[in-house]
Design a protein around this ligand. Structure first.
Ligand SMILES: [Mg+2]
Length: 208
């Protein structure tokens, strides 16, 4: 029986405008004296293996990259470019229906809480924000496992919903049922999630 619903945050519950996604990378890479194609920038946001992409495609040192990236990726810069997807009321309904709700994100805590505040922080029972913390990033299962243990839920009682490859791989590594939500921002022809949904409301078909 499913008792907990776990979600990725960016691109799953919160939409970030394309303008922000490109501009933060352009600024970061610009400071490193380089630039990237839109295709590579989309890969950065949506595909797994970011450090490899930074080294191989952007051709910069990944530690240096992240140091500059975090300088630009901060609340005041981001707040005007984000909004919840229209279907996030589903979360409030499911919370009322008795499900535990968790978030496992690679974002840093300050940004995660700003974003969740747009939905209503009271709807979330556990928030794991791996950004600039010791928690290993997806596809490592550590974040999902930590969330499950905070919720006192075992992995067969939860689902994980995300919008990108790393989410599906993290869910599988944690042996939690994986759902890819298609927000029409990126295509994954070679990714085979257990379930694909177009709206959070479609989860109802699987969790009751
Ligand atoms: Mg995401």
């Amino acid at each position: 029986m499913i008792k907990a619903l776990l979600f990725d945050l960016d691109g799953t519950l919160i939409h970030t405008s394309e303008e922000y996604r490109y501009s933060i990378l352009e600024k970061t890479l610009g400071e490193l004296g380089t630039s990237a194609s839109k295709k590579d920038m989309d890969k950065f946001w949506f595909k797994s293996g970011r450090d490899r992409l930074i080294t191989n495609n952007f051709q910069v040192d990944s530690d240096e990259f992240w140091e500059i990236f975090q300088k630009y990726d901060y609340i005041d810069a981001k707040k005007n470019f984000i909004k919840p997807y229209e279907d996030v009321n589903f979360i409030k309904e499911m919370k009322k229906a008795g499900f535990k709700i968790g978030v496992v994100t690679g974002a840093k805590e300050s940004i995660a809480f700003l974003e969740l505040g747009l939905i209503g922080i009271e709807n979330f029972d556990s928030v794991i924000a791996a950004g600039y913390s010791d928690i290993k990033h997806k596809p490592d299962p550590e974040g999902i496992n930590l969330c499950l243990s905070q919720l006192k839920i075992n992995n067969k009682e939860a689902v994980y919903v995300g919008n990108s490859e790393e989410d599906i791989f993290a869910a599988r590594n944690a042996e939690v049922l994986d759902f890819l939500i298609d927000r029409k921002e990126c295509k994954f022809p070679n990714l085979h999630p257990s379930f694909k949904i177009n709206s959070l409301y479609e989860l109802k078909n699987y969790i009751f």
